[in-house]
Design a protein around this ligand. Structure first.
Ligand SMILES: Nc1ncnc2c1ncn2[C@@H]1O[C@H](COP(=O)(O)OP(=O)(O)O)[C@@H](O)[C@H]1O
Ligand SMILES: [Mg+2]
Length: 353
């Protein structure tokens, strides 16, 4: 609100006009009656007051202008802030979408691995079945021609028992692979809590990844106390291991160079699991070590890297797994991640030991 016009009806400019009018009236009434010096004094005072009023009005105008400018600057600021907040919200949404995509991509690696792994037993079972069918057809021909000897029959019995053994064994292997993959895939997508055998579960996850590992020429060793039961989130753990292994394959070694990956589990304090994942590859540069868990930090931008893998791992380690994650790596001497988490997540159902 302009300074000259105040709210309670008091108007500064009007009051000044009134004072000036009163001064003029006083001057008129004094005219001729007062001595020259007094009249002069009144004139000087009135003139001074008039000048001060002019100056004051000028200042009021300047102040009004400044206030208007300030108001529009404030408006502009509020608009920019709203814009920035909206952009941030969109960015968060985009990041969440990318995180989901990265999780699906690593599930894709698992699916690919399992498909590859199931191919072998199914292929063997198929060729055994076809061999058995051929042998059966041959025996039938002999039988129909009434030309069957004891030897033919014995040979057929041997073939039949060998092939059915192989068919059974390989179908069991395929069924076991499907079962364990189904469990891993369900855990990964449902994020449900349950009790599980740590060593067996890590074995299942690694089995699904083994074609990728083998293809790269690496070897994986798992060292874990057998029968160690955990009550928590197997899906989170499987995701963490998948990302570690995929990172070793992608970042750890040059093309054609093979290495050793290892997972070592122990329980340094009862109830606390320590899982050390290590590879003996290139390691991580000192300058990168405290950035690798940041979203979008990647040294393979433009070459398939999203920089979200370890960000997801960190969130799973400190979120559902209720643990902590540290990296210990010296450039040129491999990479080590140390994941610590409780054997029983808070509110778990494992009996106290
Ligand atoms: N085993 C490893 N060996 C060497 N560097 C690694 C390893 N794991 C992770 N890194 C480094 O950490 C970075 C971040 O990893 P990650 O978040 O999974 O993103 P991305 O794999 O998409 O690059 C990688 O770009 C790489 O520089
Ligand atoms: Mg990665």
């Amino acid at each position: 609100m302009p300074v000259g016009k105040s709210e309670g009806g008091f108007n500064l400019f009007d009051a000044e006009e009134r004072v000036l009018a009163e001064a003029n009236a006083l001057r008129d009434s004094l005219d001729h009656a007062a001595p020259e010096a007094i009249l002069k004094g009144v004139d000087t005072l009135t003139e001074a007051y008039r000048r001060s009023v002019r100056e004051q009005r000028r200042l009021v105008k300047v102040s009004d202008r400044l206030q208007n400018q300030l108001a529009s600057v404030n408006q502009e600021l509020a608009r920019r802030k709203a814009e920035a907040e909206e952009a941030l919200a969109r960015l968060r949404e985009a990041q969440e979408t990318l995180v989901q995509a990265e999780k699906l991509a690593s599930l894709g690696a698992l699916v690919g691995g399992v498909a590859h792994e199931i191919n072998t037993p199914v292929g063997i079972a198929l060729s055994c079945a076809s061999h058995l069918a051929d042998a059966t057809a041959h025996l039938r021909t002999l039988f129909e021609a009434d030309d069957i000897g004891v030897e033919d029959f014995e040979r057929y019995m041997d073939t039949a028992s060998d092939t059915t053994q192989l068919i059974l064994g390989n179908c069991e292997r395929a069924a076991a692979l499907i079962r364990s993959f189904k469990q891993v895939a369900v855990d990964r997508t449902s994020a449900e809590r349950r009790r599980f055998d740590l060593a067996a579960y890590m074995g299942e996850t690694l089995a699904s990844l083994s074609p990728r590992v083998r293809q790269a020429g690496h070897k994986v060793t798992i060292t874990c106390p057998p029968g160690l039961e955990v009550d928590g989130y197997p899906g989170a753990l499987s995701q963490v291991l998948t990302n570690f292994v995929m990172n070793s394959i992608v970042h750890g070694y040059d093309q054609g160079q093979s290495g050793e990956l290892s997972i070592t589990v122990d329980e340094p304090v009862p109830g606390q699991i320590r899982l050390v994942y290590a590879d003996d590859g290139k390691g991580i540069a000192d300058a990168h070590k405290n950035r690798i868990f940041d979203p979008f930090f990647t040294t393979k931008r433009g070459a398939g890297g999203t920089g979200l893998g370890l960000h997801i791992v960190y969130n799973l380690a400190t979120g559902p797994l209720e643990g902590s994650l540290a990296v210990d790596s010296v450039a040129g001497h491999g990479t080590r991640f140390i994941l610590t988490f409780p054997r029983k997540a808070a509110g778990g159902i494992l009996p106290e030991d």
